[in-house]
Design a binder for this molecule. Structure first.
Ligand code: DQA
Length: 142
């Protein structure tokens, strides 16, 4: 089984960025934790600050074939990127939307996701565990 774990803008700053909201682990530490928790899975980890790079990665994985799915924390793109939404619609691989924070407890503008309707499900509010739960959700379908 192979799974893409993809993070969008500002998530490269995890560990330093608002640790009271997002926790103290770096993205690298989070990714190593995921890989360690699921030794049977082949992971690809990708992060970009750029919308187009995230879209290109989805298409690259799709072209390669055989990806069991994508765990996606699109950061703020979650709330307004129709382009990323259309890219998710354009691929066959199932995508799980994840967030470290409980976006529904936060500012109003974080309550709506333009991605959720084209994802198989949404996990928010469990910190690093949100990613692990996302992987588990994909494995249940496999
Ligand atoms: C986030 C929530 C988003 O609203 C925010 O823009 C992020 C991180 C989260 O993981 O909680 O960058 O996706």
């Amino acid at each position: 089984t192979s799974i893409l774990v993809m993070n969008g803008p500002n998530l490269s700053r995890l560990g330093k960025r608002e640790p009271e909201v997002y926790g103290s682990l770096t993205l690298d530490e989070i990714n190593r934790g995921i890989a360690g928790a699921f030794p049977e899975v082949t992971f690809e980890f990708f992060q970009s600050e750029y919308e187009g790079a995230l879209i290109e990665k989805l298409f690259e994985v799709e072209e390669r074939g055989g990806c069991a799915g994508v765990v996606l924390n699109a950061g703020a793109f979650t709330h307004y990127s129709i382009a990323l939404r259309d890219a998710i619609s354009a691929i066959k691989a199932p995508v799980v939307e994840v967030h470290l924070s409980n976006v529904h407890k936060r500012e109003e503008f974080r309550h709506h996701s333009v991605l959720s309707a084209v994802c198989i499900g949404v996990i928010a509010g469990f910190g690093v565990e949100s990613y692990h739960l996302g992987v588990r959700a994909l494995l249940l379908r496999d």
